[in-house]
Structure formats: structure tokens, C-alpha cells
Ligand binder design. Structure first.
Ligand code: HGY
Ligand code: MN
Ligand code: MN
Length: 395
């Protein structure tokens, strides 16, 4: 499976992946998923929100056990974030078939669309739409950096966007969702190859628009300038400081400048803040402090600061009984929280949900250097098969 998937959407220059929602690379990933489903004789379908499903057993029967993840990536992402969960799902099914178990509940493998939100700015679009935490109107208003609307991009990729929106009927047929994912930190590094998730930190994305005045870099007196770059730079430093003091995280990883000329003072700097904390009150306080620092500095620079929250995910505490059942099945594995968002975090509001993490020796993720050892990936497949066997089979 990896041999077919690894070349898709890989940048020769960086070695990282550029698999953005509803692009050609995404279509190739989706074709790969369909082929894996059909090769195994699973019933393949695409839901109204563009998520792909592969079913063993009757999809309508209810109380299904579902596993899977996503195949899209961040800009220059690693090979494992997302695909490991999908590849492991198919491999775990193969393992269960070779064990000769009898399935007592329907089983499905899912590929959620647009998990990273790299193109349209909002993460987990496929699962958010299904769960009703992103409305159809909000999704219709999303645009990529070139101005293309999400529904148009979907349509061009062959998915009819007319029916996107809440899909409670489908989620109501799921009895348990288990997402396997590469760990994106180093908690498991000195411990074991596989762990179980306890919680996801609350997190969100905020867009800061710093409005200044374009002018000549060589002739505009310092006292006449309204330079938004200064306000932006100060805000980046403030974000690091406020987050550090609160034990939180705040990152500006994306910036857009207009007109983006070397010899012109910028008219507009747009910076996207990603912030996360262990609890929602801390996260709110940190973002408010960063906003205040930006506004104070903007006042001195003659720069107007506008803040827009583009997405938000509240704290997720995974289903206690399901988490304990997984930990029991796997025999005393580490239980860990994560600062990374996942479709599992979105589904957790509607369905008993759990996650398995596979060890990442460096902790690096959202980078071409992301890695997991083959032996650990195989341990992940065995763990997922054990969990699915416990949930969906009798011996
Ligand atoms: O950004 C995140 O936390 C995730 O990897 N989508
Ligand atoms: Mn990711
Ligand atoms: Mn992921």
C-alpha cells in the first residue's frame, strides 16, 4: 500500500507532501482509497460531504465500528500524518481476516476529506460538516488563496456540493470510531510503540489583518510611515511571550503581505495565529493578550488591527469507557493527551471515539522529516486489529 501511495503529491524539491483538498494529488489519494476498498471486496461509497467509506457488513445496520483517518496534508507535510491511520486500517482488516474471526458488527474504513485545512483555512472540513459544527453556509463561504470557492473546487473534482451539511443519520449508525495516528510529539519515544489518547487540547486559528499604508521605501520619512510589518513583528514576539508565560502554544506559521515588494512599505500584513492550551480559559486569555498587544502596538504604528477567528475546537476528552477498553485490550499501554487536532476530536461530540498513537522517534510532524519505524507501524496495525477484534468480532 505504501509503495503506491508514497509518490502521490510528493514535492521533489522538499521531499514533503502537498496533498491539498480537491486537487489532483487529493484525487489520486482518493482513487487509491477506492482501489484498496474494491480490492478487498468492501462496499465503497462517498458521503454527502466528500468523505470516503469502505464497508464490510451492512452500512444500514447501525452500531458500526469505524476506523480510518485522512489522506490530505499540510504544505510539505510528512508521509504518516493521516495516511498511517488509513493504511493501518486496511492492514488491520487484512490481519483480522487472516485470524479467521467472525464479524458481529459492521466495520467501516473512512478517509475524511480536508482534515488539514491547508487550502481553505478550516481544519477537519469533512467531519465538521457531518457533525454540524461547520455549517453548509460557512463551508460555501470558504475560499482558497487564489479565490476559488470550496463548493466550486469540490464540483471541479467531481463531487456535487449541493448536499453538503449535517449528516447525523450517518453518524448515528456508528457505535465506535477509532483513529490511529502517528504521534506528533515525543511522549512515546522512550516508552512503547503504541499509546492511547486521553484528550485533545482546545485549539483554533485566528487571522490578524494589520492595515497600514503603502509608500516608498526610499523616500518616506520614518515619522510619516504607517508600517504594518512592525506591528506584525511585535505581535509575533508578544505571542511567543504570552503563550510561554501561560504554558500554552502560539504560532504564526503563515503570513501574506501586500503588495509584497522589496522597495515598498506594506499596505497590509495578514498573519495567521495557531494557538492551543490545556484548557479553554487559558487559550482565551492568551489570544486576548496577543490581541491587546497587537492593538497597543498598532496604535503607536498608525496601523489598524482586525482579528477574525477562522476556526475553533473546544477541549476533547475522549470517551472514558472506550479509552479504558482499548487500554485494557492492549495491556497497560501509555495514555497521553495531544495538542494536535484530529477528525476523531470532531466526531467525539457525536460518537464514542478513541485514538491510538504510534511512536514517532523524533516527534517531528508537519514536516518532510516526520518518521515512524516500520516495526512500530506494524505494532500499530496489530494493536488496531486487537482493538477492532475486541469491538467488532467474536473469535
Ligand atoms: O493542525 C492539527 O493539529 C492537525 O494536525 N490537523
Ligand atoms: Mn496534521
Ligand atoms: Mn492528522
Amino acid at each position: 500500500m505504501w509503495a503506491e501511495l508514497l509518490p502521490v503529491g510528493r514535492s521533489a524539491a522538499s521531499g514533503g507532501y502537498r496533498r491539498f483538498a480537491w486537487t489532483t494529488a487529493d484525487a489520486e489519494c482518493r482513487a487509491w482509497f477506492r482501489e484498496q476498498a474494491e480490492r478487498r471486496g468492501l462496499a465503497y461509497e462517498v458521503d454527502r460531504n466528500g468523505n470516503q467509506w469502505a464497508w464490510l457488513g451492512d452500512p444500514q445496520a447501525g452500531d458500526a465500528v469505524v476506523t480510518g483517518s485522512h489522506l490530505d496534508s499540510v504544505p510539505d507535510g510528512g508521509a504518516f500524518d493521516g495516511p498511517l491511520g488509513v493504511v493501518s486500517a486496511f492492514a488491520a482488516l487484512d490481519e483480522l481476516r487472516s485470524r479467521g474471526v467472525e464479524f458481529t458488527r459492521p466495520l467501516a474504513i473512512v478517509n475524511f476529506g480536508d482534515e488539514e485545512g491547508a487550502r481553505f483555512g478550516v481544519a477537519c472540513v469533512g467531519s465538521r460538516l457531518a457533525a454540524g459544527v461547520l455549517t453548509r453556509d460557512q463551508a460555501y463561504a470558504l475560499r482558497d488563496a487564489d479565490g476559488a470557492r470550496l463548493p466550486d473546487a469540490m464540483e471541479r473534482a467531481g463531487h456535487d456540493p449541493a448536499a453538503i451539511g449535517t449528516d447525523h443519520e450517518r453518524l448515528g449508525r456508528i457505535g465506535a470510531f477509532v483513529e490511529l495516528h502517528v504521534e506528533q510529539g515525543r511522549f512515546l519515544t522512550e516508552r512503547q510503540p503504541v499509546g492511547v489518547a486521553s484528550a485533545i487540547w482546545p485549539h483554533g486559528r485566528w487571522r490578524f489583518d494589520f492595515h497600514g499604508e503603502a509608500n516608498h521605501a526610499g523616500t518616506t520619512r520614518v515619522e510619516d510611515r504607517r508600517d504594518p510589518m512592525l506591528t506584525y513583528a511585535t505581535t509575533v514576539l508578544a505571542a511567543r511571550k504570552k503563550a510561554r508565560l501561560a504554558g500554552a502554544l502560539a504560532t504564526f506559521g503563515k503570513v501574506a503581505v501586500e503588495p509584497n515588494g522589496t522597495n515598498a512599505i506594506a499596505s497590509l500584513v495578514r498573519g495567521w495565529l495557531d494557538s492551543r492550551a490545556a484548557d479553554e480559559a487559558t487559550l482565551e486569555r492568551v489570544v486576548e493578550e496577543i490581541r491587546q498587544a497587537a492593538a497597543d502596538r498598532g496604535g503607536r504604528d498608525g496601523v489598524r488591527v482586525e482579528l477574525t477567528r477562522e476556526s475553533y475546537t473546544p477541549v476533547v476528552d475522549f470517551d472514558g469507557p472506550l479509552r479504558d477498553r482499548l487500554a485494557r485490550t492492549l495491556g497497560g499501554v501509555p495514555v497521553l493527551p495531544t495538542g494536535a487536532g484530529h477528525d476523531a476530536g470532531i466526531l467525539a461530540s457525536a460518537v464514542p471515539t478513541a485514538m491510538l498513537f504510534v511512536r514517532n522517534p523524533t516527534g517531528i510532524s508537519h514536516s518532510p522529516a516526520e518518521h515512524a519505524e516500520a516495526a512500530d507501524c506494524l505494532a500499530g496495525v496489530t494493536a488496531l486489529a486487537d482493538v477492532l477484534e475486541d469491538l467488532a468480532c467474536q473469535g
